[in-house]
Design a protein around this ligand. Structure first.
Ligand SMILES: NC(=O)c1ccc[n+]([C@@H]2O[C@H](COP(=O)([O-])OP(=O)(O)OC[C@H]3O[C@@H](n4cnc5c(N)ncnc54)[C@H](OP(=O)(O)O)[C@@H]3O)[C@@H](O)[C@H]2O)c1
Length: 259
């Protein structure tokens, strides 16, 4: 029997492992399957994308894997062309900027290269990805006649972290010193607020979400939560977002995270 597909299209960066892969998995295995899930990753043929390739074999009509390195503007442009040809004039409803890098360590441990890599992947990456896919987000927003803002219409979701929260970091820094990561994610938070202002006229929602502390390569083996639980929460929260959350910062349970 043919799968029942919805109307929405969603793109997730860093979709080959961790939270990004789990998001793709839950979207295609859930009851309300999107029309298109664009699973963007920088090395679709690599060993770290094997689970994703297996999932594509099960859901070839829904998942399109696109090669996208968030630090490489030309790969973003190329991937946008692939996505555009697949959308065939329809819009992209949700863009999830999930790809991220983290280097542990305090100021003295941190090199210029750590800082540049964190800034390039966690701040400039999301900015360039938003710019690259903006025409399709605008198409989605324009073609939806519902008032207000939502992930059903058009939205940018930036996966941030409580470690990027200036008011939370005094309690967290001694447990998780990640100097370059925290500074770059604070930058991503500001990017979220600035984008929410820039894209308001277009009706495109822009929100930062904290996934909790999750057992992935970034979160490490001591993290208390599985990716499954975090992503269930993130997807639920995404469904509830409205214009009230434009430029906001929430965690995977829907609680506001202080800036
Ligand atoms: N896990 C946690 O506890 C936690 C907590 C707060 C926030 N977060 C955030 O959640 C997001 C996902 O992290 P995760 O926990 O799922 O970590 P993860 O398992 O380490 O995955 C990181 C993902 O980012 C991708 N990536 C890194 N640099 C990239 C680039 N230049 N272009 C494209 N993709 C790139 C990786 O791809 P490759 O396989 O090619 O390296 C991988 O798919 C990140 O933004 C992270 O900061 C995680």
């Amino acid at each position: 029997m043919a799968e029942e597909k919805g109307e929405r299209s969603i793109l997730i960066t860093g979709a080959n492992r961790g939270l990004g892969f789990e998001m793709v998995r839950q979207l295609v295995e859930g009851p309300c399957k999107p029309r298109n899930v664009f699973a963007a990753c920088r090395n679709p043929d690599g060993a770290q994308a094997e689970e994703l390739r297996n999932l594509v074999k099960k859901y070839p009509d829904i998942i399109t894997v696109v090669r996208l390195d968030a630090t490489d503007p030309s790969s973003i442009q190329e991937s946008a062309k692939v996505v555009g040809s697949k959308l065939k004039g329809r819009g992209l409803n949700v863009l999830v900027n999930n790809a991220g890098v983290m280097a542990a360590g305090n100021m003295e441990d941190t090199t210029d290269d750590n800082m540049l890599s964190a800034f390039s992947t966690n701040v400039m990456g999301p900015m360039n990805v938003i710019k690259g896919f903006l025409p399709y987000l605008r198409t989605a927003a324009k073609s939806c006649d519902k008032p207000g803002m939502s992930c059903c219409k058009a939205a940018v979701i930036n996966i941030s972290t409580a470690l990027g929260s200036m008011s939370s970091i005094p309690q967290l820094y001694s447990i998780f010193p990640a100097f370059s990561y925290s500074i770059s994610k604070a930058g991503l938070n500001m990017l979220t607020v600035c984008c929410s202002l820039d894209l308001k006229e277009d009706g495109i929602l822009c929100t930062a979400l904290h996934p909790g502390w999750v057992r992935t390569d970034t979160g490490g083996p001591q993290a208390p939560m599985e990716a499954k639980q975090s992503v269930e929460g993130l997807l639920k929260v995404m469904q509830t977002l409205t214009e009230k959350n434009n430029g906001g910062f929430l965690d995977y349970t829907g609680k506001t995270v202080p800036w």
